[in-house]
Design a protein around this ligand. Structure first.
Ligand SMILES: *Cc1c(COP(=O)(O)O)cnc(C)c1O
Length: 390
């Protein structure tokens, strides 16, 4: 063998079965080989275990999938390249021409646009209600044959709480599938409800470091099997290195989520007592309209706090420009604390009644807690609120 051929076929290091690495390794390989054509064909027919091509399966992304499924308390999961990818690929898998979708004014923007624009092009119709309109949801499911209900709790940014038991009961009764975008609550919450599929942006709390994007759908063996086939055709595959970083992020998931939730509670309480602030939107506050429901449904109230500045106009922008510890940036669940001023939250381009239901006012600001000490965050907010008043 010549040198260049030998370099291309090096000796392999095998890890003994009784000597596993403590950290799940990165299988940064697109291809996997079987010992023969016969075994390769058996692999392709799913008659034996193994991997072949990373778009349809890779041990590192698989490790992340089984971890997430266990965390959410379901059979299986399939991961993909972003949270929006998880939403889009799930809806494209489950819906066909002529189907009807129930969705909500408070829903994450790209999901609403996907339903209103993209799915409309494929002949999928929808009804949009407010997530707090429980009677309306029940009426709509009884009146209109509906394939699927997609909803969130808490909603982004004003943390409205869906009555998950009531929505899933009505959907089950009328034969509609439920898809809960569980991103804000995180995969450790809401597993006790009769939800068919959970979708997540892993970019937020699972990654936890603001340095990698990913998404997941989690549910029964049957539904995930169906999704996996279509996800592999649509092709928004999660890279194994990204899956490794997600798996690393998960090691500190509870520490981060609990710490950021504790900060959110303190910041929300501070804001609720501040004269420049109107409503504070945080499910952990007793004055939140669905605090009791949130207590019943949630283990942790979450890391996002929104509030309405009494002064309209440019007050929100000036606040964002004045704060030192909150970066003006999208997303949540990162080490850094973040702020989104009113101009970046709306408008939602909805009919007036639904625009009002979305809960975003002219002075609404969204905060996402990072890992900063909450006393420093409160001092920063106190100083900035004082300086924009002067
Ligand atoms: C961020 C987010 C998404 C989209 O996730 P990406 O990873 O940014 O694509 C979807 N739903 C909700 C509720 C989100 O907050």
């Amino acid at each position: 063998m010549k040198d260049r051929t030998r370099l291309n076929h090096p000796p392999r290091v095998e890890v003994p079965a009784d000597n596993p690495p403590l950290v799940a390794p990165i299988y940064q390989s697109v291809k996997f080989e079987y010992p023969s054509v016969a075994e390769t064909l058996r692999g392709a027919r799913h008659e034996r275990e193994g991997f072949f091509y990373s778009r349809s399966g890779n041990p590192t992304t698989r490790q992340l999938e089984v971890t997430l499924a266990a965390m959410q308390g379901r059979d299986d999961a399939v991961v993909c390249a972003s949270g929006v990818g998880a939403v889009a690929q799930t809806l494209l898998t489950l819906l066909q021409q002529g189907d009807h979708v129930l969705c909500f004014a408070e829903t994450y923007g790209p999901t609403r646009t996907l339903i209103r624009r993209t799915l409309k092009r494929y002949g999928v119709t929808h009804t949009m209600l407010s997530i707090e309109d429980d009677a309306g949801i029940e009426r709509e499911l009884a009146a209109t044959p509906t394939k699927l209900v997609i909803f969130e709790s808490p909603t982004n940014p004003v943390t409205k709480i869906a009555d998950i038991a009531r929505i899933t009961r009505a959907a089950r009764q009328h034969g509609a599938l439920t898809v809960l975008d569980n991103t804000l609550a995180g995969p450790h919450q809401h597993g006790q409800y009769d939800v068919d599929l959970y979708v997540h942006s892993l970019t937020k709390y699972v990654s936890g470091h603001g340095d990698v994007m990913g998404g997941a759908a989690i549910g029964s063996t049957e539904l995930i099997h169906k999704l996996r086939g279509e996800f592999s055709l649509i092709g928004g595959t999660l890279d194994p290195h990204a899956a490794f970083l997600m798996q690393r992020g998960l090691k500190t998931y509870y520490l981060r989520y609990e710490s950021q939730t504790a900060s959110a509670q303190k910041v929300a309480e501070f804001l609720a007592g501040h004269p420049a602030v109107g409503r504070v939107h945080y499910p952990g506050l007793p004055q939140h309209p669905r605090h009791a429901l949130a207590r019943k449904q949630m283990r942790d109230f979450g890391t996002v706090v929104a509030f309405d500045l009494l002064a309209g106009g440019t007050a929100g922008d000036r606040l964002a420009d004045t704060l030192k510890l909150f970066s003006i940036a999208a997303s949540m669940g990162s080490p850094e604390s973040l702020i989104i001023p009113p101009g970046l939250l709306g408008p939602r381009e909805l009919p007036p009644a639904l625009e009002a239901a979305s809960g975003i006012a002219a002075g609404t600001v969204r905060l996402a807690m990072g890992l900063d000490d909450p006393e420093d965050l409160i001092a920063d907010l106190a100083e900035a609120l004082e300086s924009i008043r002067a």
